[in-house]
Design a protein around this ligand. Structure first.
Ligand code: SF4
Length: 322
């Protein structure tokens, strides 16, 4: 069986109809394909479910398929595996990581928590299984306000690993949170100066931003929310121009749902780079999706002890999100 490393160099027959081949494998394997909104357009189009982290975790928890193919990043596939320890969970490229997850090493996080006895720990789903295992409950950007509000007002809380999401939640709820100092390398590079210039060029436009962005960006937004909430806002707003401040993969669904609206992706600080594209999400390609299904690798595995400890806080989130 070819290894993951082999996949990097395997040339897929250019004559192969990848859509048909993936569809046929999906039926043969009894597989479900879950894709995040930041995946490339073709992957979103072939997926059974396209969604944000919360919707995809809910889909993973509910699926009866034997195989879960997760077109997203590693922590998402890991969450699916924790929810489905007996199923085969595949990720098209094992190097599809996440700066937030990588920026919260479990050992350092454990030492950090020692300084906050008596605190409950809320971890954003963008973290490793080992970090989840040290948490009381998991949240996503779609339910963070609800999850934090589920604790009594006098309960001290640690929020990890995204300090920008955490400080937005803290401002919204007027509640102090101890923040782990992590960030998303994609959302932190949006430029406030260039956003202000863009707004001046499009005075009728409304701004929708993801809460992983720094406060300087969010203060210019008409709407702040998860990718699913940004999509809902785009459908509802009467505005005909929307400046979108998140990873531009979301524009694919947004264009389908709003053919009459002009969608304007917000720029990063550097004109010369596409820094607002997530380099990890973009590791997955349609070819790699096909190869991982054909070869049933790379497979996601989680240490059973860690998985058992991480399951309870994930299930608590799913329960609170019903
Ligand atoms: S966009 Fe940011 S938070 Fe999302 S996977 Fe990429 S690096 Fe991680």
């Amino acid at each position: 069986m070819p290894s993951h490393e082999d996949h990097k160099d395997v040339a897929v027959d250019p004559g192969l109809d990848l859509f048909a081949a993936i569809d046929s494998l999906r039926r043969e394997m009894n597989a479900v394909i879950l894709a995040h909104y930041y995946q490339e357009d073709d992957i979103q189009d072939i997926a059974d479910h396209v969604g944000d982290s919360l919707a995809l975790a809910q889909a993973a928890a509910a699926t009866e398929a034997e195989v879960i193919v997760f077109a997203g990043v590693h922590f998402m596939a890991e969450t699916a595996k924790i929810l489905n320890p007996d199923k085969l969970v595949l990720l098209p490229d094992l190097e599809a990581g996440c700066s937030l997850a990588d920026g919260c090493p479990p050992r350092e996080f454990a030492r950090f928590l020692e300084a906050y006895p008596g605190h409950k720990v809320i971890s954003y789903i963008n973290c490793s299984a080992a970090t989840k295992a040290m948490s009381d409950v998991i949240c996503t950007s779609g339910n963070a306000l609800k999850i934090v509000s589920s604790f009594p007002a006098d309960q001290p809380l640690v929020f990890a690993p995204d300090r920008f999401l955490g400080s937005w939640v803290s401002r919204q709820l007027h509640r102090d949170l101890v923040l782990w100092p992590g960030s998303c390398e994609v959302h932190e590079v949006f430029s406030e100066k260039r956003l202000v210039e863009l707004k001046a060029l499009h005075p009728q436009a409304v701004v929708a931003a993801h809460p992983e962005c720094p406060e300087g960006i969010l203060q210019h937004a008409d709407h702040v929310g998860s990718t699913a909430a940004i999509l809902a806002f785009a459908r509802k707003t009467p505005a005909k121009q929307i400046i979108v401040v998140t990873e531009p993969g979301i524009l694919h669904q947004m264009r389908k749902e709003n053919p009459d609206k002009e969608l304007i992706p917000a720029p990063g600080a550097d004109e010369a780079c596409s820094c607002n594209e997530c380099p990890y999400m973009k590791k997955n390609t349609l070819e790699k999706l096909y190869l991982c299904m054909r070869d049933r690798t790379p497979e996601i595995t989680v240490d059973p002890g860690t998985a058992a400890r991480a399951l309870a806080p994930i299930e608590r989130m799913l329960e609170l999100s019903r």
